[in-house]
Design a binder for this molecule. Structure first.
Ligand code: PXL
Length: 266
């Protein structure tokens, strides 16, 4: 059985980051270990939140993991929260990678052309460096723009997204999957390839929901680790997210009810 370490925040309420990655990866039969980077009362789309930074505690955790000889077959990184955690992540890969371990990084710092609250360009610069260690990266269009220093556009075409991929290739050897590109009433994932990349199109749903990027990353990662390949894993993850959105009750504003879908899908 594969063992993964997922490193992201624990938002106690709000259906994102660890509270979606852990159940989803586990439901796919992957042994899932966690490295919480911070504990928040709830995610930052609510009107207020508390934030306990766990950067210092990672030293103690790593010491004991070394004592116990733990290794991981894969890493999934999401919202880290603080720039200092980039170096922590690098040392985590160095110390705890099993042979051939995959590093999957969802940069998680912005959307709709803006950085999430609490992030600045130093964080982006740290992430730009960290993605050079990845095997797969899953930025959205906003994150791809910030990482490559490209000006964000509200409306763009496929050529714009392909250029983002070419710019990202200068920063990392990772397979690049730009998620949630919205073009002409459709939503798609752009996947880098040796020559031409691939685009997977899906119907764009009329509502936007929080936490769907984290769900996409978890379903993608689970499928990828089970040997389904990047293309199929992407398709499955996009369908899963769409089903979650369709099955979320109206008025449920802070996330999607992925639990309903997890019960029915593999
Ligand atoms: O879903 C991404 C995410 C994760 N964790 C926290 C967040 C967000 C997005 O806003 O605030 C704490």
């Amino acid at each position: 059985m594969k063992r993964i370490l997922t490193m992201q925040d624990l938002s106690c309420v709000g259906q994102c980051s660890l509270t979606v990655a852990l159940p989803i990866l586990s439901a796919y039969g992957i042994e899932t270990c966690v490295l919480p980077t911070a504990v928040l009362s709830n995610h930052t789309m609510f009107k207020s939140w508390s934030y306990l930074d766990l950067t210092q505690e990672t030293k103690n955790i790593f010491r004991e993991w070394e004592n116990n000889g733990f290794k991981f077959d894969a890493f999934l990184l999401g919202y880290l929260g603080k720039e200092e955690l980039m170096a922590v992540a690098e040392s985590c890969f160095d110390k705890f990678s099993a042979e051939g371990a995959s590093v999957i990084i969802d940069p998680v710092f912005g959307d709709n052309g803006k950085l999430y609250g609490g992030f600045d360009l130093n964080y982006v610069a740290g992430m730009r460096k960290l993605i050079s260690k990845a095997d797969i990266i899953l930025p959205n269009v906003t994150e791809a723009c910030f990482l490559t220093g490209t000006e964000y556009k509200e409306t763009y075409d496929g050529a714009f997204v392909c250029r983002l991929i070419e710019e990202l290739k200068k920063l990392t050897k990772a397979k690049i999957i730009i998620t949630g590109a919205e073009i002409d009433g459709k939503i798609g994932e752009f996947i880098s390839g040796n020559k031409r990349g691939e685009i997977l199109w899906h119907n764009l749903l009329p509502v936007k929901k929080h936490g769907t990027g984290d769900i996409f990353a978890a379903v993608f990662t689970a499928n990828y680790l089970l040997g389904n390949g990047a293309h199929k894993s992407c398709d499955t993850a996009a369908d899963f997210v769409a089903d979650c959105i369709r099955n979320t009750d109206e008025g449920h504003f802070y996330g999607v009810q992925f639990e309903k879908i997890l019960k029915t899908r593999k």
